[in-house]
Design a protein around this ligand. Structure first.
Ligand code: HEM
Length: 475
C-alpha cells in the first residue's frame, strides 16, 4: 500500500502544483494590457494543444475565443502573440526591422547553420540582397527551359511507364533534382543520390521535438544536416578551384557560381561556410514547400473535372503553338493565367508554410494591447485564408477569386509580405506552372483515394502521398 502511495502521490501533486502556478499567473494583476489568451501550463505552454489541434484549428479556436486581432499564447518555450487577419499581417510586414526582427527557434538554427559563423547579421543582410537579385523574374527567365527539360525527363522516366503514381513522392524527387541543377549545377545522379538520405533525415527532423539524444528524430536530423553540409563544402571547394581557372563570364548560371562572386562591403568573398549555410537554407526552404504546392494542385486537378478541363484547354493551346521539342519560355508562362489562378487557389486552401516568427525589439501597442519587448510574434495564413470575411464560402475551390484585382491586400499571404516576403516566390511559381503543363498535357488523372485526408508534417500533405491512376491522352 505504502509503495503504491509513493508512486501515486507525485502523480496527483505535480499536476496540482503546476495548475496552481498557472492559476496564480493567470489571476495575478498585470502591469500592462497584454493581449487576451492563455499561456497554458508552466514550461509546457500550449505546445500540446497546438500539436493536438493542428495549426489551423489552434488559431481559429483562439481567434473565436479571445480576439480576432491578436491573442497571446506560449509556444516553443516563448511568450508569444499571434497577430491575426489582414490588419495583423499588415502590421507585422510593415514593421520589419523597426519594431520586429527575424527570429527562429535555436533548435532549428542548430540544424541549418554552422553557428560558429562569425557575422550572422551581416551575412543575412548580404544574403537577402543576393536573393533579391538572383530570384527576380528577369534573372529566372533563363531557368524556364531548364525546368521544362528536367520535367519532361522526369515525366518520361517516372510517370509514363506507370499506370499508378504517388504524386507527393515524385513532386519531391523533381523539386530536389531541380534545385541541385539550378542551385549547384550538380547533375551527377550518384552525387545527388548520396545526399538524398541525409537530406531526408534533416527535413524530417526540422519540426520534430528538439531532443538531441541518440535515436531521436532530431538527433538523426543533426547527423543528416552535418553530412549534407560536408558534401556541400566539398562541392563549393571544387567549384571555387575550377573558378580560379576560368573567366568570370564563363561561369554557369547556377546560384553557387553566382554566390562565389559575391563580395561584402569590404570586398571580401563569402567563406565556404557562409555559402554552404546559404545553399542549405535554400534547399530546405524550397523542398517541402514547393513539393507540397505541386501535390496540392494536382490533387484539385484530379478531383475537379471542370477545373482540369479549363487548365487543359489553356495548356494545350500553348503546347500546340510550339514544336514538340521546343521548350517552354517566359512568354508561355505569361499565358498560363487560369492555371496560375488554380495554383493560387490551391495555395490559399493548402498553404505550404504556416507563417513566420519575429521577435519584438521594442515594446509597442497593437489593437490597444501592449506587446512587450522580447516577446515573439507569429503571423499565420490560418487567420485570413479561410476567413469568410475575406473569402466568402472559404472551403469552396474557386479560382475566379483571383481574377481582376483579386483578394483584398494582406489576406492572401502564402509567401508572407513586406521586406522578408519569400524570395523564392517567383521560382516556385515557375516550377509549379512548368510541372502542371507537363502533367496535364500528357495525362488525365484519377484519384485512387477520393477522400484522402490532408495531414500536417512540415507542410500539408495527402495522408498516403496522393496515389493517382494515369490516363494518357490519345494523340
Ligand atoms: C510554394 C512554395 C513556397 C512557399 C509557400 C514559401 C513560403 C515562404 C514563407 C511564408 C516564408 C517566410 C516569410 C516571412 O518570414 O515572413 C518564406 C521564407 C523563405 N523562403 Fe519561401 N516559400 C516557397 C518556396 C521557396 C523557394 C522555391 C525558395 C528558394 C528557391 C524559397 C526560399 C525562401 C527563403 C530563403 C526564405 C527566408 C527569407 C528570409 O528569411 O528573409 N522559398 N517562404
Amino acid at each position: 500500500m505504502e509503495t503504491i502511495l509513493t508512486y501515486l502521490l507525485p502523480l496527483v501533486l505535480i499536476p496540482l502544483f503546476l495548475y496552481l502556478i498557472s492559476f496564480i499567473r493567470r489571476t495575478a494583476p498585470c502591469k500592462t494590457n497584454l493581449p487576451p489568451g492563455t499561456r497554458g501550463w508552466p514550461m509546457l505552454g500550449e505546445n500540446i494543444e497546438f500539436a493536438r489541434l493542428g495549426p489551423q484549428k489552434f488559431v481559429e479556436d483562439r481567434m473565436e475565443k479571445y480576439s480576432r486581432e491578436v491573442f497571446q499564447t506560449s509556444l516553443l518555450g516563448q511568450k508569444m502573440s499571434i497577430f491575426c487577419g489582414a490588419q495583423g499581417n499588415k502590421f507585422l510586414f510593415m514593421n520589419e526591422n523597426k519594431l520586429l526582427a527575424s527570429w527562429s527557434p535555436q533548435s532549428m538554427k542548430k540544424l541549418l547553420v554552422y553557428l560558429e559563423e562569425s557575422n550572422l547579421k551581416g551575412v543575412s543582410d548580404l544574403k537577402r540582397r543576393f536573393h533579391h537579385d538572383v530570384f527576380k523574374p528577369e534573372a529566372l527567365k533563363q531557368y524556364i527551359p531548364v525546368m521544362d527539360a528536367l520535367a519532361r525527363d522526369h515525366i518520361y522516366q517516372e510517370w509514363t511507364p506507370n499506370e499508378v503514381v504517388k504524386v507527393f513522392q515524385l513532386a519531391k524527387k523533381y523539386t530536389y533534382e531541380l534545385s541541385f541543377k539550378l542551385f549547384l549545377n550538380v547533375v551527377d545522379p550518384e552525387k545527388i543520390k548520396r545526399m538524398a538520405d541525409p537530406f531526408t533525415l534533416l527535413i524530417d527532423g526540422i519540426f520534430s521535438v528538439p531532443i538531441d539524444f541518440p535515436g531521436t528524430t532530431y538527433n538523426r536530423a543533426m547527423k543528416g544536416g552535418k553530412m549534407v553540409r560536408e558534401e556541400l563544402m566539398k562541392i563549393i571547394g571544387e567549384r571555387r578551384r575550377e573558378m580560379m581557372m576560368m573567366e568570370n563570364d564563363k561561369m554557369g548560371p547556377d546560384l553557387l557560381s553566382k554566390m562565389l562572386l559575391v563580395t561584402d562591403e569590404d570586398g571580401q568573398f563569402l567563406s565556404e561556410m557562409e555559402i554552404s549555410n546559404n545553399i542549405l537554407g535554400l534547399l530546405v526552404a524550397s523542398f517541402e514547400t514547393t513539393s507540397s504546392a505541386i501535390t496540392s494542385v494536382i490533387n484539385y486537378l484530379a478531383q475537379l473535372p471542370h477545373v482540369y478541363n479549363e487548365v487543359l484547354k489553356e495548356q494545350m493551346e500553348i503546347a500546340k503553338s510550339k514544336q514538340c521539342d521546343e521548350l517552354l519560355t517566359w512568354e508561355d508562362i505569361e499565358k498560363m493565367k487560369y492555371s496560375w489562378n488554380v495554383a493560387r487557389e490551391s495555395l490559399r486552401l493548402n498553404p505550404p508554410a504556416e507563417g513566420a516568427f519575429r521577435e519584438t525589439i521594442t515594446e509597442f501597442t497593437f489593437a490597444g494591447f501592449t506587446i512587450p519587448k522580447g516577446w515573439k510574434t507569429f503571423w499565420t495564413v490560418y487567420s485570413s485564408h479561410k476567413n469568410p470575411k475575406y473569402f466568402p464560402e472559404p472551403e469552396k475551390f474557386d479560382p475566379s477569386r483571383f481574377m481582376g484585382s483579386g483578394p483584398a491586400p494582406y489576406t492572401f499571404v502564402p509567401f508572407g509580405g513586406g521586406p522578408r516576403m519569400c524570395p523564392g516566390k517567383e521560382y516556385a511559381r515557375l516550377e509549379i506552372l512548368v510541372f502542371m503543363h507537363n502533367v496535364v498535357t500528357r495525362f488525365k488523372l484519377e484519384k485512387l483515394i477520393p477522400s484522402e485526408k490532408i495531414v500536417f508534417h512540415a507542410c500539408p500533405t495527402p495522408e498516403y502521398g496522393l496515389p493517382v491512376r494515369l490516363h494518357p491522352h490519345q494523340n
